[in-house]
Design a protein around this ligand. Sequence first.
Ligand code: CTP
Length: 393
Amino acid sequence: MMLSDKRIVLGVSGGIAAYKSIEISRRLVDAGAFVSPIMTTAAKKFVGEVTLSALASEPVKSSLWEDDDPIPHTTLGQEADLILIAPATAKLIGTYASGISGDLLSATLLATRAPVVLCPAMHTEMWEHQAVQDNIKTLRERGVVIVEPEDGILAGGDVGKGRLAGVESILSSVEHVLTKKDLADLKILITAGGTREPIDPVRYITNKSSGKQGYALAKAAYMRGADVTLVTSMPDNVPQGVKVLCAQTAKEMGDAVMGNQEGFDVIIMAAAIADFRPAEVSDHKIKKTKGLESLELASTHDFLVDLGRGKKSNQTIVGFAAETEDLEKNAFEKLKKKDLDLIVANNVSLPNVGFSHDTNEVTIMSEDSKWTLPLSDKRIIADGILDAVLEIR
Ligand code: CTP
C-alpha cells in the first residue's frame, strides 16, 4: 500500500470495534499517510485516546470548542484527501445521512469535498433495520464508499452480520479510492504461481514460484482501475476486486488463458509454467514398496508462443523470463521468439530477487526500449511493469 503525502482523517465512533481503529491508524501511517484522528465522546469509552494519539500523526481531536483552531471541522475537512470512518455506528450513519452536524466528526463530514470511506459495525438487528439500510443506501447514492460489515462473532457472543470489515479490506478500499485510475477501460489477464504437474494423486512436480509477483501485479492493476482476472495455481488470499480462475497444471493454465484471451487488452504471463510434466500420471498412489526408479517426462506446450503469434489487434502481451545467466541476451531472444510486446527479465540467482521473495529486481524490454527497475518491493515492481505497458500502448 502506498499512501505517501495523503492526508487522511480517521473518524472513530463509539462501538466495540473502536479498538480496531488503532491498528488501522498504524497501518495507514506505515503506508506513508498523515493521519488526523477524530474520536466521538462515546468512542473514548471504548478505547484510550492516548493510544490513538500516539499511533496517529497528530493528537486526537474531539471537540468543536476546545481547540486553538476556532473552525477545526472545516480545517480538517478541507485539507483531507480522504475521510475514513471506522467503525461507523448506526447513530453516526444516521446523523451523516440526515446532514446533521452535532459534533466534530459529523461536522467534518459535512465540511468536506474529499471522498468518504465508511465502515459500519453494529449488531445484526441494527444493521438490518430498515432505517439503517435506508441511510446506507442514501449515503451510497451520494458517492460514499461503504465497506460492508462481515459475518462473525459480535460483542456479547452473538453471531451474525455486523462485525467491522477486516483491516486488509478497509485498507484496500482506502487505497483504491486514492489511486489514480490510469488503467481504467483496460481488461487485464494475469497468470501467477508455479504450476503443479501430478505424478500420482498425492505427489506433483512444481517449482519455487510463490505467485507473489503475479499477485502484486493483479493488486496494482485493480487499484489503477483495470478490470483484472487472475489465473493462478494458488487461489488463496486473492486481492480484493480481482476475478479468479484456478489452474493447477500447465495444460489447465493454457486452457484458462487461451479459452478467455480474446476479450483482454493486456495479458501478463507472470506464472512459472512447468516446461516438463510426468509422461504418465498414476491413478493410484505409487507405493514405496513397489518403488519408482525413474520418472519419464514429457514437454508441456508453451502457449505464450501461441498468444504472441495469434495476437489480437491492440492486444499487449507481456512475458517473463527467469534467468540465471546472460539475462538481457536470453530475455531478448524470448521476446523475439515468442512475438511479445514486453519481456520482464529477472536474474533469479541474485539474493532477494524472484521466486518466494517479497522483493524483485527486473529489466523490462520491448523491441526498442529498456527499463531497469532496482531491487524493490514486488508491488513497486508491479507498478513499474504496468507503467511500461502504458508507455508502449
Ligand atoms: N511459458 C508458457 N508456457 C510454458 C512455459 C513458459 O506460457 N509451457 C511462459 C511463462 O509464463 C513466461 C515465459 O513463457 O512468461 C518464459 O518462461 P521461462 O520459463 O523463463 O522460459 P522458457 O521459454 O520456458 O525457456 P527456458 O525455461 O528454457 O529458459
